[in-house]
Structures are given as structure tokens and as C-alpha cells.
Design a protein around this ligand. Structure first.
Ligand SMILES: Cc1cc2nc3c(=O)[nH]c(=O)nc-3n(C[C@H](O)[C@H](O)[C@H](O)COP(=O)(O)OP(=O)(O)OC[C@H]3O[C@@H](n4cnc5c(N)ncnc54)[C@H](O)[C@@H]3O)c2cc1C
Length: 360
């Protein structure tokens, strides 16, 4: 078609695929291609717990966390109350964070449903256990998004909109010049090399999945001295963790750490000793001082190639993905000079509307 703009999204994790989907669905005359080395079920989000919860975001400004996070929370809420909840892999779950210290209330407390402080009775009950000495706690309702279900669903939607997919490694973004009018870099930790971003680093984490259908609430314990413990029920299983180590690049399951984590979990929730471990997994969070979501450009053979970076989401890629995808879409449309009242950002899903873009 005349004047069709060609956009290439590098990366098919939750950030790349949602960005590709938003671009393909934005109403502009854009042909979108995703190029990635790995696809679901082998991306970082596929193994992650998938909880909507802003974490490991370092100095990402609160204002950005709030606009990207609230859009994503609203998207998950809408999906939960649509007939798509099952096919998308989202579930609404309530639960607790307990602390051995006194944190200030989170900036997102007004964004989630039913946020409140834990009562004295709840704290006394949890302290009967004796492993952590809990001083305070939060209760709230959030989502678990199972990316092993969500990413194939997004991929099917993307393909239906005419999206193209290529599986290969990209050695440098400039190799894409001449073939595309704009590149969206959603390569996660791959940007260490692709964007030559040495501020990017991994936060290694390890999780286990168990069958424990009697667990209906998430419970996380945070301590300054002891290691943390997370119990996170999803629709299909319960995710247990956690052990985090910044700057550990080697991505391998560590059995010793697994055993140590499980003992900690068993001491706070003894019934889990009876739950069969079905899966062990380790992954690398793509961390940097702040999420990078901005315009850039490369000079390729004397021509300017617009680049939109969308990477470095740390422990919150799932929490922020849709807000970031919409923000990146807006930047692409501006970079291509396509800003016009004709472009709309609506999403053709039940109750998903232009309200999302008006918040960006
Ligand atoms: C233990 C653990 C628990 C977590 N729990 C949560 C949670 O509960 N909630 C939450 O919000 N977040 C959580 N996260 C974080 C979340 O998983 C990540 O922030 C998110 O998955 C990052 O998505 P991404 O698409 O940016 O990166 P990735 O999923 O890593 O995808 C990167 C993509 O880029 C491609 N790529 C990279 N380099 C190249 C190249 N040179 N050429 C071609 N393709 C390339 C890859 O193949 C892949 O397709 C957790 C992470 C871990 C490790």
C-alpha cells in the first residue's frame, strides 16, 4: 500500500510483543515485523511469577511507574472481567506483604483494589509462626498474568492483524537500516550489546512451581537481615521464591539455593511440604538505573534511522508492559511524522478504549 511505513520490533518478550501488537492495532498505515531470537515459552516473562507489583525499578521516576503501571493494571482488570480471562491467563488474587521493618506505604496504593494496612490480629497470627518477626503489613488485590498463556494469545492477535514474525539474532540495530522506517528496541538484556548500554545488568532470580490448590492468597515476607519468602498462587499452580542476585549473568538453576529457599518457605507455610515441586526455573531481570523508553536515532549510510528504545524493566516488565507498549507506539507515530487525528489508539477489546492513550 502506498505510504505504508515499515516498523521492526526487536524482541518478543512481554514488552516486545505487546508493543508490536499495539503498533499493529493503532490504526496507522504501518506494517509491523517482530524479529527475535527467543519466543514464548523461552522469554523471561514466561518463567516469571507474573504478579502486577512494581519492583526492582531502581530510580525509574514514580510518575512513569504510575502511568505505565496504572494503564497495565486497568488492562488486566478489564481482561479479568471479560470473557477472555481464561484464554489470556490472568487471575485476580488478594494477599499480604509482611515486613520485619516499617516501610512507607507504596506510591501505587491508590492504583490497586482494596489496599489497607494489616490489622494487629493478622500480624499476631502470622507471628505465631516465629520465623519472621513481622512488624507491619499490607493487604491488597492484584493480578497474576501467566505469560505462557498470554504471549501466545498476543502473538495470535498480532498475526491476525497482519503482523510478520522472523526468528533470528540481530547483531546490530544498524543492520536493519534501509529495510525499515523505524526500529523499536525491546531486546531486554540484549540491549547491553545492541544499544551498547553498559548501565544494564541482570538481577538473577530463581523460582519453583508447586501444586498446592489450597493456597488462595499471596503472602510475601520482607526482612532486612533474613532472605525474603514469596508464596504466589496463580490460576494453574503456586510459585515459590525467592533469591535475588544482582550482576549474576550465569542463568542456571542452583539446586543448593533451591533447597535453602524451600526450607524457608516450609518454615512459614508448613503445609507446602506436602506440595509436589513441578518446575524449577531461574531468570535474569533486565535492570538498569531507570526503564529506558525514549527516542533515539542511528545514522545508517548517511540516512537517519529512528530508534525507539523500550527496555530495562527490571522486575516489573509484566507490571508495566501495556502502558510502556502504548507509550512506545505513540513515540513511533511521532517519529514517523504520522501524528494526525486519523490515528487512534483504540484496542478493539471489550471496554478497552482510547482512554488508555489519553493518559500518556
Ligand atoms: C525470577 C523473576 C521473577 C519475576 N517476577 C516478575 C513479576 O512477578 N512481575 C513482573 O512484572 N515482572 C517480573 N519479572 C520481570 C519480568 O519477567 C521482566 O521484566 C520482563 O519479562 C522483561 O521483558 P522483556 O520483553 O523486556 O525481556 P525478555 O523477556 O528478556 O525478552 C527479550 C527479547 O529480546 C530478544 N533479543 C534480545 N537480544 C536479541 C538480539 N540480539 N537479537 C534478536 N533478539 C534479541 C530475546 O530473544 C527476547 O525475545 C521477573 C523476572 C524474574 C527473573
Amino acid at each position: 500500500m502506498a505510504n505504508t511505513k515499515k516498523v521492526c520490533v526487536v524482541g518478543a518478550g512481554v514488552v516486545g510483543l505487546s508493543t508490536a501488537y499495539c503498533l499493529a492495532n493503532c490504526g496507522g498505515n504501518i506494517e509491523v515485523t517482530v524479529i527475535a531470537e527467543k519466543f514464548s515459552p523461552n522469554t523471561t516473562g514466561d518463567g516469571a511469577a507474573g504478579k502486577w507489583y512494581p519492583s526492582h525499578l531502581s530510580q525509574t521516576p514514580e510518575i512513569d511507574q504510575r502511568r505505565w503501571g496504572s494503564i497495565t493494571y486497568q488492562w488486566l482488570l478489564d481482561l479479568t472481567f471479560s470473557d477472555l480471562a481464561d484464554s489470556v491467563g490472568v487471575s485476580l488474587v488478594s494477599g499480604y506483604h509482611f515486613f520485619e521493618y516499617y516501610p512507607k506505604d507504596p506510591h501505587w496504593k491508590d492504583m490497586v483494589l482494596f489496599f489497607r494496612r494489616a490489622t494487629n490480629r493478622e500480624i499476631e497470627k502470622i507471628n505465631e509462626n516465629g520465623y519472621y518477626v513481622v512488624k507491619t503489613g499490607w493487604f491488597y488485590t492484584t493480578f497474576f498474568l501467566n505469560c505462557e498463556t498470554y504471549l501466545p494469545w498476543l502473538m495470535a492477535k498480532f498475526r491476525k492483524l497482519g503482523g510478520k514474525v522472523i526468528q533470528r539474532r540481530v547483531e546490530s540495530l544498524s543492520e536493519l537500516g534501509g529495510k525499515y522506517d523505524c526500529i523499536v528496541n525491546c531486546s531486554g538484556l540484549g540491549s547491553y550489546q545492541l544499544a551498547d548500554d553498559k548501565s544494564l545488568y541482570p538481577i538473577w532470580g530463581q523460582l519453583a512451581r508447586v501444586n498446592a490448590p489450597w493456597i488462595k492468597h499471596f503472602i510475601s515476607f520482607y526482612s532486612k537481615e533474613k532472605k525474603d519468602a514469596y508464596i504466589m498462587p496463580r490460576a494453574t499452580d503456586v510459585v515459590l521464591g525467592i533469591y535475588n542476585e544482582p550482576h549474576r549473568w550465569e542463568n542456571k538453576v542452583d539446586d543448593e539455593i533451591h533447597e535453602e529457599t524451600m526450607q524457608r518457605i516450609y518454615s512459614v507455610m508448613p503445609s507446602l511440604k506436602n506440595a509436589k515441586v513441578t518446575w524449577k526455573w531461574s531468570g535474569l531481570r533486565p535492570a538498569r538505573p531507570a526503564v529506558r523508553l525514549e527516542n533515539d536515532q542511528l545514522n545508517v549510510n548517511g540516512k537517519k534511522l529512528p530508534i525507539i528504545h523500550n527496555y530495562g524493566h527490571g522486575g516489573s516488565g509484566i507490571t508495566l508492559h501495556l502502558g510502556c507498549a502504548l507509550n512506545a507506539t505513540k513515540l513511533v507515530i511521532e517519529a514517523l511524522g504520522m501524528q494526525s487525528p486519523g490515528i487512534n489508539y483504540s484496542y478493539n477489546f471489550p471496554r478497552i478504549s482510547q482512554n488508555y492513550s489519553s493518559k500518556l
